[in-house]
Ligand binder design. Structure first.
Ligand code: ASC
Length: 149
């Protein structure tokens, strides 16, 4: 009994580390992160359309989109595995050369997306617009340095 419990606890501790590198090939990691980015772009783009007046602002939809982006923002990072600078990707090799900076930019994006999800639950349009702009800056700031034009 004790052994079984120990095995379960050990597995629970080991699994998260194993998940971090669960791709068979670099191409799978590239596909994974690109899929996440495309879901982020769709959700973020719709929020932008509402803020720019291209469509009516719907607070419930906007908030739901912001929640989606906050959750999705946590996904792409896992796909930037070693060796996945080669292949069908726009990621520059600099991602892996300056990994610590890249990682911190990715964390800043996640933090901004989380703040946007919180702001979206308020009725303060200025707060929402500022939080949206901060998140957009995170996207662009990283693309300018780490993504092919
Ligand atoms: C988007 C999208 C991006 C970012 C970026 C923000 O909607 O697809 O890559 O916003 O343009 O500056």
């Amino acid at each position: 009994m004790k052994k079984t419990l120990l095995a379960i606890v050990a597995t629970a501790i080991i699994i998260p580390a194993a998940i971090a590198n669960n791709f068979e090939e670099p191409a799978d990691a590239i596909k994974y992160r690109q899929s996440a980015f495309s879901l982020i772009a769709y959700n973020f783009g719709d929020m932008g359309a509402m803020l720019k007046g291209k469509k009516p602002f719907d607070a419930a939809v906007f908030s739901s989109r912001a929640d989606n982006v906050a959750a999705l923002s946590k996904l792409p990072h896992e796909g930037f595995i070693a060796g996945s600078d080669k292949g069908d990707t726009e990621a520059l090799a600099k991602v892996w050369h300056d990994k610590a900076d890249f990682d911190s930019k990715m964390t800043a994006f996640q933090d901004n997306a989380a703040a946007l999800a919180v702001a979206a639950k308020s009725t303060d349009q200025n707060l929402i617009k500022q939080a949206f702009a901060n998140t957009g800056k995170s996207c662009k700031g990283c693309h300018d340095v780490y993504k092919k034009d």
